[in-house]
Write a protein that binds this ligand. Structure first.
Ligand code: SF4
Ligand code: SF4
Length: 108
């Protein structure tokens, strides 16, 4: 059983993990304008990509293949950096958002 603080009482099983969708609801984002998108992709590179790893690793589902074309929505990004690591084709260009834009986490 969880205590009033949400922590498991000694000897009881740990609480179930919170679904990623519910976690995403706790973050607040102020996207910058499209001219200053903190992530951009290069469509000609994505058109030839053999795996589209970005569509698998992004927890916010910013990357999607629609009718063969890669669609990217930087506005939903939670700045985890996974796509920058996963894209080994040189398409993703990732920079930190300008202040005061970007993500704010409720728990630090
Ligand atoms: S992994 Fe990189 S090259 Fe491949 S679709 Fe995603 S962003 Fe484009
Ligand atoms: S930084 Fe994370 S949340 Fe943002 S687009 Fe990349 S994988 Fe998705």
């Amino acid at each position: 059983m969880a205590s009033a603080t949400g922590e498991a009482a000694p000897g009881s099983p740990p609480p179930a993990p919170i679904e990623i969708k519910r976690r995403l609801a706790t973050v607040r984002s102020t996207p910058d304008s499209r001219d200053h998108a903190h992530i951009t992709v290069t469509p000609p590179i994505c058109a030839k990509c053999p795996h589209s790893f970005c569509t698998i690793v992004c927890p916010a589902k910013c990357y999607e293949r629609i009718e063969g074309r890669l669609v990217f929505r930087y506005e939903d990004c939670i700045e985890c950096g996974a796509c920058d690591i996963a894209c080994d084709q040189g398409s993703v260009r990732w920079t930190l958002p300008r202040g005061p834009y970007g993500i704010r986490y409720a728990y630090g």
